[in-house]
Design a protein around this ligand. Sequence first.
Ligand code: NAP
Length: 285
Amino acid sequence: MRARIAAEAVRLKEAHRIVPTVAVVLVGDDPASALYVATKEKAVKETGFAARDLRFPASSSESALILEVEKLNADPSVHGILVQMPLPPHIEPRRVIGAIHSGKDVDGLTPANAGRLLTGEFGLNRGLVACTPLGAMMLLKETLGAQLSGLDAVVIGRSTLVGKPMAQLLLQENCTVTMAHSQTRDLAARAARADILVSAVGRAELVKGDWIKRGAAVIDVGMNRKAGADGKSKLVGDVAFDEALEVAGAITPVPGGVGPMTIACLMRNTLIAASLQAGLPSRDV
Ligand code: NAP
């Protein structure tokens, strides 16, 4: 998918002199956030796009940050705006995200784009969808295709970033969706009835092998640190992978599953945004 996006970026440049450009906004000096930003900027450049790096001190005020977002909204050379989370505690993320122009919201998180997902007005030439659920849905479609319709799906986690948009996408594909969260009763029994199980919680290996129906498709969104047998910290998902592998029909690994798809969808959203801002129809990649 990244290769197809890169080929489309070459075409946009040659035919229309457009280089899709993402502005990445980082506030403060949290090392994990700096690493995420560096990963995204590397992918942006590898795809033939341009990245504009904007860094602000942790002491920046909310109004100053919103002013910077508004400048980027008005800048025709910027097609996509990413604000890296988390923001310092004195800044309300919803107000900053809400300031991003929905056409440049390549993370798909503004109320306008979330609303379009709810009303079904998304897809090429329309609203931008949150990258992680979009990537997860692409994996499901590629694996299950037309068989998605009518399946029982359980989404564990109800965040605005992952759980809620994931449930909407599944509903759009005619799945029967259950949304589970920290207050859900009998979570294991509910999960065990799912043909599609998506976990977006952030608890290492919460989902055990016996929570999974034989043959189910399992999407593990979680990214958690856990001490390995050698005492070194390793990245694991929300799903006990080795146990799950025995019963699942298909499963995403951590790392190497949903994470790379999230980045690829970020590139795809940027391509769509750049095309639309130039008045061109966006092509499917
Ligand atoms: P979040 O905002 O903290 O939401 C977590 C959700 O899990 C909440 O809805 C919470 O329920 C629910 N939950 C917590 N403990 C639970 C439990 N014991 N049983 C059932 N549900 C429980 O997290 P997020 O931003 O959605 O991220 C979730 C995970 O995905 C994290 O590990 C994050 O790092 C990862 N992630 C990965 C990617 C990627 O690209 N791979 C992208 C985004 C996020 P309540 O609502 O009741 O509190």
